[in-house]
Design a protein around this ligand. Sequence first.
Ligand code: PNS
Length: 180
Amino acid sequence: MRAAAIQTYPMRRALYPGSFDPVTNGHLDVIERAARIFDEVVVTVAYNEEKSGLFTFPERMHLLEKTVERHPNVRVSQFEGLLVNYARSVEASVIIRGLRAISDFEYEFQMALMNRKLDSEIETMFLMPKEEYTYISSRLVKEIARLGGDIEAFVPDCIARALKEKFSRKKVIGVEAPND
Ligand code: PNS
């Protein structure tokens, strides 16, 4: 009797790019949704030397790694240059972006179509975070933390601690933090 052929499928890998300065509960919700759909999700931090943030690039990577450590099929990486080139280099066929509100749509739509023009084999997939996270953004979270507000409901615990530490240190040395 002949053994039944084993059907193998290529791994479905998705790329979730962003600035993640810092990662919020909204981002984490999108990561978890993507991790349930794909075999592997690569959360990738965009390196842009013209855009300095509150957290340094290595700090963002480290905080993301801590945030996703309990998800076995999620890993963190970094990239520089064109996103579609990076997607191809890691054999990711899908780019994930979170859509919170109509206000996100125009920018996201433009970026998705441009990426498709650059590489027609890479699809962009939009995922909506839980409604309760739709008003959260890294920018607002940083502003609230800078002004001493409570940010625990908006970010993972390790990020809340890192934000508090960052702003208490900045207060001590008297440096204003960038807000974007
Ligand atoms: O979290 P953000 O800042 O909204 O992420 C934007 C990001 C990093 C995904 C976008 O700026 C990007 O893809 N940059 C890489 C350069 C690139 O490929 N640009 C062309 C996009 S159409």
